[in-house]
Write a protein that binds this ligand. Structure first.
Ligand code: CP
Ligand code: NVA
Length: 307
């Protein structure tokens, strides 16, 4: 059975096939052609954290493909209170063809994989955000026409988004430089795992903006304080202050470079209005592409062709 838990579980051919299906469905959708391949199918989403894009993009993807979606907060589902995770996972699995989860701990997603009996999609955990990273590489390919030779400079916190983006970059054979303060970078164990699976991966870490940005085609940032880290917010604002992506920082990159952000953005902190609303920004293309990628991903986990 297929799941999307970590991108480390995928091979390049999986990513290629998800991109191809997502691209075909995006093109067809633009002309009003929406194949009803998921008629009668149910996606259930169970979230411990808030969401705009992930939740709605999965809802819209299911609806446009003729399927349906259900939503429960983890609290409503009784996780961690009313029933054991194992029992909740089994019950939801009985009603659903596929389940998407958004969690604090990675363990909860692992438990659903063990007990639900249906494909599971990781819709963000404290460690990972694989759906976002797949969408980002899809968006880069669309914007530049080709992934070959592209380089991402990720400026900010080495968080869940950076983690999955590093794997996606390695899968697609593109370089990524994480420009982050010491203590807020991708951790060594993760980098070892990545190198083990992709010995040629070109992921580096630095706090030197000039070297990170000089040959970058993408300048990517995310919030300095992720969901669940609110108690550290004031300290993080201080540490990351010099890492703001503003017009001056963008000038360190080639003129052809594009700006990316997974959203939600804290305008005036990690990014300024002039950058996120400016002509180099792909942030809202990424947001829309979450839905197109969700379609390709759901069909991939269900092993269902477009027909
Ligand atoms: N980028 C992203 O996952 O957005 P949401 O938190 O709104 O789902
Ligand atoms: N790093 C952010 C991403 C939100 C989509 C968080 O985890 O809150």
């Amino acid at each position: 059975m297929r799941h999307l838990n970590s991108l480390l579980d995928m091979i390049p051919a999986d990513v290629e096939s998800i991109f191809a299906v997502s691209q075909e469905l995006k093109t067809r959708s633009a002309r009003g052609d929406r194949p009803q391949v998921l008629s009668g199918r149910v996606l259930t989403q169970v979230f411990e954290k808030p969401s705009l894009r992930t939740r709605l993009s999965f809802d819209a993807a299911m609806m446009q493909l003729g399927g349906n979606s259900l939503f429960l907060t983890a609290q409503e589902a009784g996780i961690g209170g009313r029933e054991s995770v194992k029992d909740v996972a089994r019950v939801i699995g009985g009603y659903s063809d596929v389940i998407a989860l958004r969690t604090f701990s990675q363990k909860l997603i692992d438990n659903f994989i063990e007990f639900s009996g249906v494909p599971i999609i990781n819709g963000l955990s404290d460690e990972r955000h694989p759906c976002q990273a797949l969408t980002d590489l899809f968006t880069i390919r669309e914007a530049f026409g080709d992934l070959k030779g592209q380089k991402i400079a990720f400026v900010g916190d080495g968080n869940n988004v950076a983690n999955s983006l590093a794997i996606a970059a390695a899968i697609c054979g593109i370089a990524m430089s994480v420009c982050a303060p010491v203590g807020y970078r991708l951790d060594d164990d993760f980098l070892k795992q990545l190198k083990k699976k992709y010995p040629d991966s070109q992921v580096t870490q630095t706090d030197d903006f000039k070297s990170a940005l000089k040959d970058a085609s993408i300048i990517y940032t995310d919030v300095w304080t992720s969901m669940g880290q609110e108690a550290e917010e004031s300290q993080r604002r201080q540490v990351f202050g010099p890492f703001q992506v503003n017009a001056k920082l963008m000038k360190l990159a080639p003129k052809t470079a594009r700006f990316m952000h997974c959203l939600p953005a804290k305008r005036g902190l990690e990014v300024t209005d002039e950058v996120i609303d400016g002509p180099q920004s792909l942030a809202f293309v990424q947001a829309e592409n979450r839905m197109h990628l969700a379609k390709g991903l759901i069909l991939w986990v269900l092993e269902k062709p477009i027909g």
